[in-house]
Design a protein around this ligand. Structure first.
Ligand code: UDP
Length: 476
């Protein structure tokens, strides 16, 4: 903000072009708008076109004074599929193509920017901002526990704890992530640690960008103190301004139901939401349905898909399953001839759809459990709704999130590294029936803590105020 300017602070927010990142950073944008800040939100052209097609976001954001969307090329060729997990390709393309366009765009933005809130998983935004001379705050969309484990990777390598030498080492306890020495096993480390140390590009990129956050003015995390307090304390030993302001979905919901804002929270989806699943849920008994979704990026093999399907049908429980068009790896020329008992079992007790309004689904009275990949947004959404989980982590931070869900928070079961119909059946029955009570109790308690954290005087509420005050003090 220019000295003497009467405008509110102006913040630019730029997420990586992936569903989990766009969703949570749009929520942050809306929270800042509601606090009276001016916000410029930058999307990739490809994602913006999808958001405009599938949501009401342009109308929703047009009510905020000083808000604008901008778009930049993501650097990938037009014909690129952009499905599944393509981070490295995207990182590289953005560094080469997007960075110079972004820099020129930022220079022309008015009123001038107080700061940039950059996605902490992308290196080039911090570099570009430093080159232009604008302060940067990092936002990491992952859990604090995974952020902290990424931060400790150089120490793990120095101590010889990674690379993990073979499958017989997977249950060895890792001793170099402070605060987690009693329960963190090799198999719980972010998936990139399973490879040959720093020779893996994913691991290098994640380690570099996590360390790079030390050069930002602050670090925003979508979590809350009662959930990840001990890990946040560890992070605060190395980072000076850590703002834990989550859960953002709950935080925004709370603000939007305040009387002066008559709007309701709606979708930030890159897929077309199939609302038929809501009327289907309306017809199911209370807490009877297991919701199944592996997020926006995971792709299972056909064998894994069939193990899950058999397990779900054999459990005899009702289920609502999200199946994107690219959820299962296809083999050329393979006919989709599914066993009739699975098709029948699904007709009787299940529903498969391409994309749901997930936050609404989890809050629905009929939903009693969530079989999830443990992506951080999904985990938080389940926590906020008080729904216990079975986690089947796919990649990245999901491996450590699922350890915390099962072992630390006791919010459900960790099905890591197993994909077997008998195990699926047993865990579904444990979660929905046999061991249900203990999980429901801890899930209800955590949901209450989540709500308290965003209430007046709650920790996330307080930290959001601190963030806004600190932004007000920044002069770009
Ligand atoms: N999501 C949704 N509908 C679906 C499946 C997922 O709205 O049918 C949303 C979900 O609510 C979450 C996001 O997609 O906000 C997925 O993010 P997450 O971090 O859980 O996983 P990722 O997709 O990054 O692996």
């Amino acid at each position: 903000m220019e000295k003497g300017s009467s405008n509110p602070p102006h913040v630019l927010i730029f997420p990586l072009p992936a569903q989990g990142h766009v969703n949570s950073m749009l929520k942050l944008a809306e929270l800042l708008c509601l606090s009276g800040l001016y916000v410029t939100f930058v999307n990739s052209e490809h994602n913006h076109e999808r958001l405009v097609r599938f949501t009401d976001l342009q109308v929703r954001f047009s009510q905020y004074q000083g808000f604008q969307f901008k778009t930049v090329a993501d650097g990938l060729p037009v014909e690129h599929q952009r499905t599944g997990y393509k981070f490295l390709e995207t990182f590289e393309a953005m560094k080469v193509v997007t960075k110079p366009i972004f820099k020129e765009m930022v220079k022309g933005i008015t009123p001038s920017l107080s700061c940039i809130i950059g996605d902490g998983a992308s290196e080039f935004v911090l570099e570009a901002a430093i080159e232009i001379g604008i302060p940067v705050i990092h936002f990491r969309t992952v859990s604090s526990c995974s952020f902290w484990s990424y931060f400790c990777i150089p120490d793990m390598i120095k101590a010889g704890e990674i690379p993990i030498k073979g499958s017989e080492e997977m249950d060895r306890i890792v001793t170099t992530v402070p605060g987690m020495e009693t329960f963190l096993r090799c198999r719980d480390l972010p998936s990139f640690c399973r490879v040959d140390g720093m020779s893996d590009l994913n691991l290098q990129v994640m380690t570099n960008c996590t360390r790079q956050s030390l050069r930002a003015r602050g670090l925003i995390l979508n979590t809350f103190e009662d959930l990840e307090g001990p890990t946040l304390s560890q992070i605060r030993r190395r980072f000076s301004n850590v703002y834990s302001i989550g859960h953002l979905h709950e935080h925004l919901r709370k603000k939007l139901i305040e009387p002066k804002h008559q709007t309701h929270q709606s979708s930030n989806s890159l897929w077309e939401v199939d609302r038929n699943c809501m009327s289907w849920l309306d017809k199911q008994p209370s807490k009877s349905v297991l919701y199944v979704s592996f997020g926006s990026l995971a792709v299972t093999t056909k064998e894994q898909f069939l193990e899950f399907w058999h397990g779900l049908v054999d459990s005899k429980k009702r289920f609502l399953w999200v199946m994107r068009a690219d959820s299962v790896a296809k083999r050329d020329g393979e006919a989709e001839d599914y066993p009739p008992e699975l098709v029948e079992g699904t007709k009787e007790r299940g529903l498969i759809v391409e994309w749901t309004p997930q936050e609404e689904v989890l809050a629905h009275e009929a939903v009693g459990g969530f079989l999830t990949h443990g992506g951080w947004n999904s985990t938080l959404e389940s926590i906020a709704a008080g729904v216990p989980m079975i986690c089947w982590p796919y990649f990245a931070d999901q491996q450590i999130n699922s350890r915390f869900v099962g072992e630390v928070w006791k919010l459900g079961l960790d099905m890591k590294d197993v994909c077997d119909r008998k195990v699926v059946e047993k865990m579904v029955n444990d979660l929905m029936e046999d061991k249900r009570e203990e999980f429901v109790r801890s899930a209800a308690k955590m949901a209450e803590l989540a709500r308290n954290s965003v209430s007046e005087g709650g920790s996330s509420s307080h930290n959001l105020n601190c963030l806004i005050e600190d932004i007000r003090l920044m002069i770009g």
